[in-house]
Design a binder for this molecule. Sequence first.
Ligand code: GLU
Length: 545
Amino acid sequence: MSHKELADLIFPNAKEISYYEGKYPERNLTEGAIVTRYAPSPTGYMHIGGLYQALIAIKVAKQTNGVFFLRVEDTDQKREVENGVIEIVNSLKKFGLEADEGMISSEEGKGNYGPYKQSQREEIYQAYAKYLIEQGKAYPCFCTPEELDEIRAKQEAAKIRPGYYGVWAKYRDLPVGEAIEKIKNGEKYIIRFKSGGREDKKIKHHDVIKGNVDFPENDQDIVIIKADGLPTYHFAHAIDDHLMKTTHVIRGDEWLSSVPLHLQLFHELGFKPPKYAHIAPIMKNDEGNKRKLSKRKDPEASVSYYEKEGIPELAVKEYLLNIANSNFENWRRANPDKKIEEFDFQLNKMGVSGALFDMVKLLDVSKIVISQMTAEEVYENAVVWAEQYDAELENLLKDKEYAIKVLSIERGNKKPRKDISKWSEVKNNIIYMYDENSLEYSYPDAIDKEDINEILKLYIEKYFDISDDKQTWFDKMKDLAEEFGYAREVKEYKQNPDAYKGHVGDISMVIRVAITGRQNTPDLYEIMQVLGKEQIEKRIQNAVV
Ligand code: GLU
């Protein structure tokens, strides 16, 4: 009885691997082009760490005129959720990280190296498993779950390494004839890889991010095809990344310790291995302890959080690049107007250990991103967000012309205001420009309460003229200040504080509070221009008690 007979019995319909080798030729790319992929499992939840990986993978591919593709790894069908693929496809699209090839909906893909969903590639994996069986490098294992438990219990009791290897690999050396007989008798089995590795020998690996690492060889006879006919991640990874011509496998560093096994699989299958770049996870400082961002504990671990909060996608990407390459920040400072596509990202400059996620920093980045938008862009983004999450804001924004005027205050100039970090802040940021009846007046304590009404009255009667230019407007503030015994200039006041009640800044603060209900606002002159004559008169009247 030969291995060939065993292989034919197990996979009677599988094609020769030469068929697939021919079907997926080398990619026709320029020298140095990098082919990367994002290969998530469709578990119905996009983690910020997944977005981080996808961003890095796409950046590296684009920078080298390579290819970035999206492969869905759904071989663990127990974990799969409905719409899991769509969620991933949509998230990538939303963040402008669309793949050149790969899944575009739950069932469909685009590109010449597909299918791009592992459950649609069953016959390919079986062809390669058959090939390994023919070579005597894989075999059926008939262990029941109870037998596997028993093996584990014995290993634990003897305090030795767990797993299915060496003498513990019960069916590794089962004569082919016996295996054939068992299969013919209908016994259940899975397919295992027959490892030629030895645990006491080391392999050297150079990881693009982690650098040089040594590992013991893999000696585990891992499962390659499960009882449901689908492959395990390890086996599928080797075949897919070979056939799809991935040059760089960029993935989470939880897979680093699987590298010996993966290199071994590539070798036994006769494939050239890719380069590996293992990314450290994004961490969080939890009361002094550094831990991974957790799906369960941290809302910001989910990509949907950023959408709900209204943090622009570009800000999230900028921030993630900040974490990924520490020189990004300096580059950004030196090139405030450049697109992130122009940043020369280096995989090998990524940190070996996990960077800390810092929401304050992200929001700072976001403030800058939003400050660089035109009023029209802020408006459009805020409307889209409000339609989903805030009916009140949606309503405020109905009058587009007015909203754009409001959002234009201190925007589009050299030093735009950085006072919005997310769309969910827009309402609070502009509300006083809308509702003149709900303003609360809180004047600084330093201003004489008696003066307030008089200042407001006199301002409206004598000084206010909506058609004044800014200089005239400000000169009038000074005149008003003087009339009430306040210094015309802050400097004068500082030189001789006892001679004045305060200075012009205090006077304009009174007007500011009366008009906006706030002590802290953008440029008051611009605000008044947007509000217009009637509103100002009304607001000042309201404020006079
Ligand atoms: N499906 C694997 C995961 O989600 C992907 C690992 C890889 O990128 O190869 O962890």
